[in-house]
Design a protein around this ligand. Structure first.
Ligand code: PA5
Length: 445
């Protein structure tokens, strides 16, 4: 069987002293063993490791029932959530949908997101859109108390209730939350919304293969069984305690580069559809590793677009970067550059070539130039963009993240730092129990 994910490290190894790399590989294998033993930091949150092999058919069937139900008369599904309760679904839907699906007549409902910001304009404009469509809503929050989705849900719930009445509202709202705790669980039970449980042992940013990701992804018409099957393949591949396990390799390489002062990792794609995979990855690695004043800063660029904005810095700015390219072997569509009799633009030398061939040469040329400029380059190669390969890619990143966090010595599964801004925000909004202080201490500004 051909590997779905291959790590090409050729253009990174030259930045790592030969006698040191084996040591990083050894550390990565030890970190994998610790992760799989369930004895490491944060081991209450390792439920994601076995999700692909443990997804019950009953869950898939429940998800399909909601898809069939809403298929009849729902034109727009508003998915409410933030961070790990939003980015996984957004990443998969963007990667696998037609780039212009919103403007084309689609078979199923359109998906839009809310609760991932507190913008008055965004929510008011969403209300404009909702008024023109038959709508339903999925509200996702593990804690059930996060402010951003709670504000959006209050507005959207009232819109649905006012428009459809109490009984029909039960059919048009689905809650995904903790099994027993939090305001959302209590609301769902009291109002009799259909609901799904986020397992206790799966944190937000590792939850794309729970109903958090699976329900919105299925509603977008994507085959979630293929997505899970790809992840399952990686569940097996990344369990191998050996240096050519791709998750071990990636974790070893990025930590080796970090130890050489490469403190920023740029996740690079050459396909605009992958923009939100990068956003999901940024959260996964940033929230998992940025602790105890340590951790690679995860950033992202969309090439070739950003070569015309960030290219100068990457080529010639401070040398604290390395690049990890998600390299997609084949395009899904076929389009060649036409011949032009006048050749006024001088492009006839490309006539007959596939657009993807030009993109590939841009990818290779960028790698050569950036490596010349002192930027190490890793490549994560996948065959094409489909549900199976994407499921594999997401699972691979999760596993590599757990290994990498353990190499760094942090707890990759908590996120206490996320709470800090909330305390100030609540105090400033005069939330009961959060003090009356109007602004942070001078020392903390
Ligand atoms: O990964 C995480 O734990 C976070 O990003 C959460 O998913 C995010 O803060 C949203 O939390 P909740 O699902 O409780 O609303």
């Amino acid at each position: 069987m051909k590997d779905i994910i291959t790590i090409n490290e050729c253009s990174a190894l030259r930045f790592i002293p030969e006698n040191q790399y084996a040591g990083w590989q050894k550390k990565a294998i030890e970190a994998l063993k610790l992760l799989e033993s369930g004895q490491g930091k944060g081991s209450d949150f390792l439920g994601w490791i076995g999700l692909p092999s443990g997804t019950p058919q009953e869950l898939i069937d429940q998800i399909k029932n909601i898809c069939n139900d809403w298929q009849k008369d729902v034109e727009l599904v508003v998915v409410i959530g933030i961070g790990g309760s939003y980015l996984g679904a957004k990443a998969v839907i963007e990667a696998l949908s037609h780039s212009f699906s919103f403007w084309l007549s689609a078979a199923g409902p359109q998906i839009v997101f809310a609760g991932q910001n507190i913008s008055e304009d965004y929510l008011a404009e969403l209300d404009d859109l909702m008024k023109t469509r038959s709508i339903a809503c999925i509200v996702i929050s593990k804690s059930g108390t996060t402010t951003e989705p709670a504000i959006a849900f209050r507005l959207i719930k009232q819109h649905i209730l006012g428009r459809y009445g109490k009984e029909e509202t039960k059919r048009r709202i689905v809650a995904i939350t903790d099994k027993s705790r939090g305001a959302l669980r209590h609301m769902a039970d009291r109002q009799e919304y259909r609901s799904f449980v986020i397992p206790d042992n799966v944190g937000g940013r590792f939850s794309v293969l729970t109903p958090v990701g699976l329900l919105p992804i299925a509603l977008a018409g994507i085959d979630i069984e293929d997505l899970i099957a790809g992840a399952l393949n990686m569940e097996h591949v990344t369990a191998e305690k050996k240096a050519d396990n791709p998750a071990v390799k990636y974790a070893a390489l990025r930590n080796a580069l970090y130890s050489k002062g490469k403190k920023i990792e740029l996740l690079v794609n050459f396909h605009p559809k992958l923009h939100y995979v990068t956003e999901w990855w940024k959260q996964l690695f940033g929230e998992s590793e940025g602790k105890e004043h340590k951790g690679i800063f995860p950033a992202g660029v969309d090439f070739t677009t950003d070569l015309h904005s960030m290219g100068q810095y990457i080529q010639d700015g401070e040398r604290h970067l390395f690049e990890t390219v998600i390299s997609v072997a084949s395009a899904n569509r076929s389009l060649t550059i036409p011949e032009d009799l006048e050749d006024a633009d001088g492009l006839n030398y490309l006539a007959g070539k596939h657009i993807d061939e030009c993109n590939k040469m841009a990818e290779l040329g960028t790698c050569l130039a950036h490596v010349d400029g002192g930027v190490p380059n890793l490549r994560i190669e996948i065959p094409s963009l489909n549900a199976y390969n994407l499921g594999a890619l997401l699972y691979f990143f999760q596993k590599a993240c757990g290994i990498s966090g353990y190499i760094l010595g942090v707890n990759p599964f908590d996120q206490e730092g996320v709470e800090a801004y909330k305390k100030y925000m609540f105090a400033l909004l005069n939330r009961p129990g959060f003090g009356t202080r109007g602004e942070p201490d001078a020392n903390h500004r």
